[in-house]
Design a protein around this ligand. Structure first.
Ligand code: ADP
Ligand code: MG
Length: 322
């Protein structure tokens, strides 16, 4: 059982940023409006995620550390209509199996929370814990019991860079949530709740706002919304392409190709635009779970998706002043 968790851990949590992703997605799924992420040593020494979401009862908190104990899947049919970010029930037990974890949680109907301490996936102590409603998860010594994985981690600077970029992707997708990020006791950012424009100003460029154009496109079976940048915002690589499918950040060849085609003649060859675009399509038309840690997707009709994105962005660009 514990071995299965450690094998799954190799799949799901390859590095600190992947741990942060799973924990923050759980916080989002729990309805949190305020999420704090703190790391030390690139997440190798400490990862802490604190949220004000629904929290868990003591029983549910204990259950959450068991494999496939997801609260988000109630039938096979749900697999086809995954509305939440997580659904596999593998993340917490996997992360716990390769770290020393303190999970504290309190639901609103309870006067106090419960704190569970586990080592390498074995629960060591469970006790009452005074806290606000929500959940706090502390992951220390990631991969302390899997030396091969431990060796695989890069420098603290590299790992914290990955965590920061991951948080930007998540924060851009949910401007309504307050996100704070602390790295080695220094506050990296506090993103106050607001709209997408203010999020972009926080993370991409304060001056971006004068050269951002709204996309609002709907066809049967697809909707495309967001903000696309004009010629003043180009980059030499694709790092400014923030594209999401059904709320998840993706990096996909079909999508990128359509975007870049739409910019032909608007920005110089070899330059890349900056944009934040949300594509919503029926879950039956896309497979986002090709791999839990990759950002690839598989479309049922990729040609159509390509054409819609091209039309949506191309339409905006053709109406803009340049
Ligand atoms: P999944 O997200 O796929 O369901 P996880 O292993 O990530 O699986 O989490 C297991 C379960 O623990 C979740 O289904 C949820 O019920 C609970 N849980 C995890 N994190 C939180 C959180 N921050 N707030 C409330 N519940 C949580
Ligand atoms: Mg999850």
């Amino acid at each position: 059982e514990n071995l299965a968790n450690r094998i799954a851990a190799g799949e799901v949590v390859e590095r600190p940023a992947a741990v942060v992703k799973e924990l923050v997605e759980n916080s989002i799924d729990a309805g949190a409006t305020d999420i704090l992420v703190e790391i030390e040593n690139g997440g190798k020494r400490l990862i802490r995620v604190v949220d004000n979401g629904s929290g868990m009862s003591r029983e549910d908190a204990l259950l959450s550390l068991e494999r496939h104990a997801t609260s988000k899947l109630t039938s096979d049919a749900d697999l086809a209509a995954i509305a939440t970010l997580g659904f596999r029930g593998e993340a917490l037990p996997s992360i716990a199996s390769v770290s020393r974890m303190v999970l504290a949680s309190r639901e609103s109907s309870s006067l106090e929370g419960a704190e569970i301490y586990s080592e390498g996936g074995r629960i060591v102590t469970v006790k009452a814990h005074g806290m606000a409603v929500g959940t706090s998860i502390e992951v220390r010594g990631l991969f302390f019991n899997t030396p091969a994985r431990l060796k695989f981690m890069r420098s603290s600077v590299t790992e914290s860079g990955h965590v920061g970029e991951l948080l930007v992707r998540l924060a851009l997708s949910r401007p309504d949530i307050r996100f704070s990020y602390i790295c080695d006791a220094k506050t990296q950012f506090i993103a106050l709740p607001g709209d997408l424009q203010s999020r972009i100003a926080t993370f991409i460029n304060k001056d971006a706002l004068t050269d951002l154009w709204p996309v609002e496109y709907a066809e049967t079976g697809i909707s495309i919304t967001g903000l696309v940048g004009g010629p003043s915002l180009t980059r030499s690589n694709s790092s400014g392409l923030y594209t999401y499918i059904n709320g998840r950040f993706i990096r996909d060849k079909v999508v990128q190709h359509a975007v870049i085609q739409a910019y032909r003649g608007v920005i110089d060859k070899g330059r890349f635009p900056v944009l934040v675009v949300f594509i919503e399509i029926p879950f039956s038309d896309v497979d986002i779970n090709v791999h839990p840690t990759k950002h690839e997707v598989r479309f049922r009709e990729q040609g159509k998706v390509h054409d819609y994105i091209f039309a949506a962005i191309g339409g905006v660009l053709s109406r803009s002043p340049w």
